[in-house]
Structure formats: structure tokens, C-alpha cells
Design a protein around this ligand. Structure first.
Ligand code: XUL
Ligand code: CO
Length: 441
């Protein structure tokens, strides 16, 4: 496929194809067959796999103890405009070779932030035009855009929750431009991840005032986007901490409570990241379940944490058991509302070959595909659902049904209790449920 920009960055690597589970080719999908139909939809449509621009084309493997280890050919030019074009060329080459349809970005992933707000706006307009052309040529789409309101030192005390109005206003300007960029690139959704919307110490923090500001900020951002014709969903991406000690969008339950308190629940849904769930002491499937029960399961940031380390390691997802459980929730709740599966994951600092990022995404896609196929088999060919429903059968008729219908008051329960004798213990059968997962994997 001809793409503007003449350099080939990932030399010697062609398009990644599905070859099936017996293939020995490391550059092939073993389970992710984009056109395979599972539960009435192609795998491609179930997942809408997206590449995270920041990890794959910006992050160079730095950590708090050392400089980057990954040297990117597209980072050569000292001219920010040329460098951004080169990076876009590399990104579109990679996405196209992976056979994915989508990418996600922060404003200043696309082009380096300027020395002034005006210069940044000029740069964003420039790169938006360039990327639009590349989209036209390749058919690659934007799953979601967002604004990086956490890296610049001006946001050290937060963006929308900063105690200084000037900083909040700057963040507003930045979000406006990020929304404009997302809309111009036909972005399907827009994300708010409040990296520094939280506190380091309660001693100097007016939590109510800051949360009121955040509620207002999100409302006017939504109003602006809608006034520009944006029809997609807004997503809140919860995370409990890091970089702040406490982040206001702590987890899905907290974010949903916040959205309802500020009247935002009709426009906003949740973007769930695996490693953020585990940082909040939840499982991925817990977070999906909480979002799904409120009809707010919007999108997924796919990755995984490390069982020994307590921080956001953003590793590529390969835990089949965990993902299968997650896909049970995914399938039973009718999938994602507007979003997709974005690989918000990075290769390790010592993964320094050009092809490592391919293996990472191939493994991630195969993991999700295999998990979804397994979950579908569990739902259609095992007695899992029957056993699940059996646990609640006492609510299907009689007094249990009347309770669900709101026909019983507390005195009614009291009278039933008086006559109920010794209650029988009913097993939760957890181990048997667990065995079904293993049997089908
Ligand atoms: C940070 C994180 C972000 C968001 C977008 O932990 O996940 O990359 O996904 O700002
Ligand atoms: Co994320």
C-alpha cells in the first residue's frame, strides 16, 4: 500500500497475517483471525484493536533510573514539524502492517508541544492536516484522542483541579484544541484520564472545590464538543494513584458516582485499563462488571501489571485465564459502547529490536482472540450459565420474586424469618466454576 513519506521504518517486516495455531512464524497471528465470526460478529469488530501512539512511537524505554534504550529512526530531525511527519509515517506503516484499524493519541504525541500555547496550536493544525491525508490513504481511524494535561510542569498541582485558575484555563484551552484535533481526524471517542487530578496531601487540598471544578470542566468540554458536532462518547479512565498519591477517578465505581453527581452520565462512559484495576486492588473483570451493570462499559486499555511490583508496568496482556474471565463479562454485557481495545502497553526497556513491538502486539491480539473464543465456547457449550443462574433461582418465583418486584416490606421479611426454621447452607461451587474455565481454555 502506497503511503506518503518515502522511508520504510520497519524494514524486512511485512503485513502480519493470521496463520492459525500451528504456525511457527513469529510474525503471524495464531488466534486472531480478523474475519472469524464469534457470537455474531467478526473478531475485528468485537475488538477494534488500537495502537497507543505514546508507547509505540514516543516512549523510548526510559525509567526513573536511566535514559531511553530505544532509538527511533523517525526521531532524527531537529525540526519539530519534520519530526512529527516522520513519526506519523512510522506510525501509519506500523498500524497498517499490523492490520489494525485504529490508533489513540494525546495531543503532544502527534507533535512536540511548542514554547507557547499559540505555537502549539499552529503545530497541532499542521500535523492534523498531514495525518488526515495519511488516514485517507490507509483507512486507519482514530479510536480516541485526549489531551496530555499532566507532563508539562505547569500541571504539577493538577489541571482541571489545580488551585490556580490560570492553570485550569490553560488546560481548558488545551482540551479545546485536543477536541478539535480529534473531531478533525474523525475520532470516534474522547478520553479524560486525570493523571494529576487528585492530591498529594489533604492538608493543602479543598477536595469539594476541586471536584466541583472538575465537574464543571467536563461539562463545558462536553458542551463544546457537542456544539462542534461530535457525536461520540466521552470516557473517564479511572486510576487510583500514580502520579498523584490519590487520584479522584479512583476506580470505576468512584468515577460512575462522580459522573452521576455532576449530571454527566448520559455522555460519559468508562475506559477500563487492566493495570489501573489491579492498582486499585480490583481485578480487570471486577472493573468491567461494575461498568457493565451501569451500562457504561465504554472501552478497554489493554495491558497487565506485574504480580510482584506495585506500579503501573503497562506490560502487554498475555494472561489468558484473566482475559477469558474478562471476556465472559464482555460477551454477556454486549461488548463495548463505542470504544475498542487499545494496547496501552509498552515493550520492556531491554526489548530493543525493531521487531519487538510487533511480537508484543501479535501476542496481545492473540491473547484477546483466544480468550474471546474460549469465553464464547463456555457460554454456548458448557452448563456455566445454567449453574450461574441456579444460584439465584430462589428469586425466580414465590416470595423471592415478590421481593424483587418490591412487593415485600421489612415486616414481611420478619414474618418469613419467624417461620423459616434452620436455614440450609448452599455452596457457592467456586472451584467447580473455576474448573470450567480451565477445561475450555
Ligand atoms: C496512564 C494512562 C494514559 C491514558 C491516557 O496510566 O493510562 O496513557 O490512557 O492519557
Ligand atoms: Co490508559
Amino acid at each position: 500500500m502506497a503511503l506518503i513519506g518515502s522511508t520504510e521504518y520497519y524494514k524486512g517486516i511485512g503485513e502480519i497475517k493470521y496463520e492459525g495455531k500451528n504456525s511457527k512464524n513469529p510474525f503471524a497471528f495464531k488466534y486472531y483471525d480478523p474475519n472469524k465470526i464469534v457470537a455474531g460478529k467478526t473478531l475485528k469488530d468485537h475488538f477494534k484493536f488500537a495502537i497507543a501512539y505514546w508507547h509505540s512511537f514516543c516512549g523510548q524505554g526510559t525509567d526513573p533510573f536511566g535514559l531511553g534504550t530505544q532509538i527511533f529512526l523517525w526521531d532524527k530531525s531537529q525540526d519539530p514539524y519534520q519530526a512529527a511527519k516522520d513519526k506519523a509515517d512510522a506510525a501509519f506503516e506500523f498500524i497498517t502492517k499490523m492490520g489494525f484499524d485504529y490508533f489513540c493519541f494525546h495531543d503532544f504525541d502527534l507533535i512536540q508541544e511548542g514554547g507557547s500555547f499559540k505555537e502549539s496550536e499552529k503545530r497541532l493544525l499542521f500535523i492534523t492536516d498531514y495525518i488526515k491525508q495519511k488516514q485517507k490513504e490507509s483507512g486507519v481511524k482514530v479510536l480516541w484522542g485526549t489531551a496530555n494535561c499532566f507532563s508539562n510542569p505547569q500541571y504539577m498541582n493538577g489541571a482541571a483541579t489545580n488551585p490556580e485558575f490560570d492553570v485550569l484555563a490553560r488546560a481548558g484551552g488545551q482540551v479545546k484544541l485536543a477536541l478539535d484535533t480529534t473531531i478533525a481526524l474523525n475520532g470516534e471517542n474522547y478520553v479524560f484520564w486525570g493523571g494529576r487530578e487528585g492530591y498529594m496531601s489533604l492538608l493543602n487540598t479543598d477536595m469539594k472545590r476541586e471536584l466541583d471544578h472538575l465537574g464543571k470542566f467536563l461539562s463545558i468540554s462536553r458542551d463544546y464538543a457537542r456544539s462542534q458536532g461530535f457525536k461520540g462518547n466521552f470516557f473517564i479512565e479511572p486510576k487510583p494513584m500514580e502520579p498523584t498519591k490519590h487520584q479522584y477517578d479512583f476506580d470505576t465505581a468512584t468515577a460512575i458516582g462522580f459522573l452521576k453527581e455532576y449530571g454527566l452520565e448520559n455522555d460519559f462512559k468508562i475506559n477500563i485499563e487492566v493495570n489501573h484495576a489491579t492498582l486499585a486492588q480490583h481485578t480487570f473483570q471486577h472493573e468491567l462488571t461494575v461498568a457493565a451493570k451501569s451500562n457504561m462499559l465504554g472501552s478497554i486499555d489493554a495491558n497487565r501489571g506485574d504480580y510482584q511490583n506495585g506500579w503501573d508496568t503497562d506490560q502487554f496482556p498475555n494472561n489468558l485465564y484473566e482475559t477469558t474471565e474478562a471476556m465472559l463479562v464482555f460477551l454477556q454485557s454486549g461488548g463495548l459502547q463505542g470504544g475498542g481495545v487499545n494496547f496501552d502497553a509498552k515493550i520492556r526497556r531491554n526489548s530493543t529490536d525493531l521487531d519487538d513491538v510487533f511480537h508484543a502486539h501479535i501476542g496481545g491480539a492473540d491473547n484477546f482472540a483466544r480468550a474471546l473464543i474460549t469465553a464464547d465456547n463456555i457460554l454456548t457449550s458448557s452448563n456455566y450459565k445454567e449453574l450461574f443462574n441456579l444460584r439465584y433461582e430462589s428469586f425466580n418465583s414465590g416470595k423471592g420474586k415478590e421481593f424483587e418486584q418490591g412487593k415485600l416490606n421489612l415486616n414481611d421479611l420478619y414474618k418469613l424469618a419467624l417461620n423459616s426454621g434452620k436455614l440450609k447452607l448452599k455452596s457457592g461451587k467456586q472451584e467447580m466454576f473455576e474448573n470450567i474455565i480451565n477445561q475450555f481454555i
